[in-house]
Design a protein around this ligand. Structure first.
Ligand SMILES: Cc1cc2nc3c(=O)[nH]c(=O)nc-3n(C[C@H](O)[C@H](O)[C@H](O)COP(=O)(O)O)c2cc1C
Length: 314
């Protein structure tokens, strides 16, 4: 496996470019890498609208998109048309999900089908078993189910591409510890922590204005500031549990360089943004990068890798 080179640690999180339509432009926004998807084997429309809400009082979003996408074959053709014979400026990840109509018991062949179609076009792959918006998907985080998916993918992969798993912030510590054992057994390249949360705790928003319903009755996952602390705790737990041996991509509630630094010193080698970018706009990436450089400079460091997992630098 050729190691991937990241010019900077700030990536675009999954969910923004679901079909890989814009895979060539993300480097121009300053991103050090971009994750496409979630893509599923079968094209699907996602949930009925409205399915995405801003919660400005919480600097958050609630989404229940439900993996709306054109399917793995369409993404593969698009990526071929974009990249055939052209070099990449930044690493491109592809985030894979299970098609809604595929029974949970057939999940391994569903993920495998997408991987087969796309394996040439991703620099790394993510097994998404943490979206709250596909019924039962998160149960695939349990060791036996996850093992079956990873076995299928790794036997097709033959060590060629890094494969990571993206996890939910709502898992208990025991469940994360079990998952880390599975990760090591299947030579995972890393963990992405975390997806959106199903918790509604601590929110200032009480009602969704578009629907008039209490937030506690609206399905979906919360992203942005409310998930920040929990996702950092999950990163710190993984770092400690694996003694810093397993790469972590940290995501959840990053708006500023301070937020990014919190994730990095907790153990994330790379970070991703979605909701922050949605609120702050494209200049956010540059602001975070400049802030991170400043932090390195103040501490006499030259590379982000020197800060990873160093709680004492936070
Ligand atoms: C509108 C929206 C759609 C998303 N779609 C996906 C998705 O398709 N796959 C996925 O793994 N995560 C998806 N996410 C989760 C993000 O990638 C990220 O893990 C989460 O939002 C936490 O980061 P943030 O607080 O920076 O947004 C989505 C998030 C939002 C807000």
């Amino acid at each position: 496996m050729t190691p991937l080179l990241f010019k900077n640690p700030v990536g675009l999180a999954a969910g923004f470019d679901k079909n890989g339509k814009a895979s060539g432009i993300w480097s121009s926004f300053g991103f050090g890498f971009a994750e496409l998807g979630t893509v599923t084997l079968l094209a699907q429309p996602g949930n009925p609208r409205p399915r995405l809400f801003r919660l400005p009082m919480d600097k958050a979003a609630l989404n229940r998109m439900g993996f709306n996408n054109d399917g793995a074959q369409v993404m593969s053709s698009k990526l071929e048309a974009t990249w055939q014979g052209r070099p990449r400026l930044i690493p491109i990840g592809i985030n894979l999900g299970k098609s809604k109509v595929t029974p949970l018991s057939d999940a391994p062949s569903d993920y495998l089908g997408s991987f087969r179609l796309l394996k040439e076009w991703g620099d790394y792959f993510v097994v998404n078993v943490s979206s709250p918006n596909t019924p039962g998907l998160r149960s695939l985080q349990d060791a036996p189910q996850l093992s079956a998916i990873l076995s299928a993918l790794q036997s097709e992969n033959q060590g060629h591409k890094p494969i990571l798993v993206k996890i939910a912030p709502d898992l208990e510590w025991d469940a994360i510890a079990n998952l880390l054992e599975v990760a090591s057994k299947h030579q995972l390249a890393g963990i992405i922590a975390t997806n959106t949360t199903i918790s509604r705790e601590g929110l200032k928003t009480e009602t969704i204005s578009q629907t008039g319903n209490p937030i506690t009755e609206e399905a979906g996952g919360i992203s942005g500031t409310p998930v920040r602390q929990r996702s950092t705790e999950v990163i710190r737990f993984i770092w400690r549990e694996t003694k810093g041996q397993l790469p972590i991509i940290g995501v959840g509630g990053i708006f500023t360089a301070d937020d990014a630094w919190e994730k990095i010193t907790a153990g994330a080698s790379l970070i991703q943004v979605y909701t922050g970018w949605m609120y702050e706009g494209p200049w956010m990436v540059r602001r975070i990068l400049e802030g991170l450089l400043q932090k390195l400079h103040e501490r006499g460091l030259t590379n982000i890798s020197e800060a990873v997992g160093k709680q004492e630098l936070s």
